[in-house]
Write a protein that binds this ligand. Sequence first.
Ligand code: NAP
Length: 254
Amino acid sequence: MTTRLLILGGTTEARALAARVAPIAGYDGVLSLAGRTEHPLPQPLPVRIGGFGGASGLAAYLQREAIAALVVATHPFAARIAANAAEAARMTGIPAVRLSRPPWQPVEGDDWRRYASLDSLIDGLAGPPRRLLVTIGRQDAARFAAAPQHAYVFRSIEPIDLPPALGHAVTIEERGPFTLEGEVALMRRHAIEALVTKNSGGEATRAKLDAARQLGLPVLMVDRPAAPALPEVASIDDVIAFLAHHAPPEKRGV
Ligand code: NAP
């Protein structure tokens, strides 16, 4: 008899958590991915791919698969799945915890312009053309077609399909971690005038903020969406402690 865990993933942290859970005797973990990435990295746990069909679909999955605990280790900007997870945990009574990296905080010398949503940031891009480095992921890149006058450099892990209005944009496919020297060089090479990003947090991609500060460039920053109604921890150790308390290895929790 093993304790079944469901980890909602799609992040570096979820992968690292899966690597911690995999060798623990008595845990039987499954990692769930949305299926957005064409070439997902190999994972340390069995993987299931695709949506559940909303909160009720996820609740049904948790019950059908006799899941003892749910860990929400999705990206801080993946608001829908996190809200669904909170609702499914409420519906089923299954213990759930969210692993969320702390947001970046501005430091002395930073020039951040903060926006509550990507929509409001894009609205704010009306005005004369500028050279912008955009690192918001490939899913939302096409929305910048609403401000086609700018010279864009889009950087993402996977290739971006851009609409004709953005046909002049430069695209760069690269996976972090990035270095300060590399980010400064990139911004200089493209004569970047502002960085457009969202407050994902984490070490792997924070060098761009340091580079912008060093070059005196403004950062147009999308703040995080509202957090779901779930207990939240910031480290893998704290997830393991939560699981040890609420769904210890070997005891089936449902
Ligand atoms: P989202 O808007 O919160 O979710 C949209 C729908 O996709 C959900 O309602 C759910 O479908 C499905 N879904 C999302 N994550 C899932 C998962 N881990 N397993 C199974 N189904 C999932 O999410 P998103 O912003 O499109 O992000 C999708 C995935 O990419 C997430 O796994 C996230 O961690 C990862 N990611 C997102 C970002 C970002 O900036 N948003 C950045 C890096 C990685 P159903 O309702 O049908 O269950």
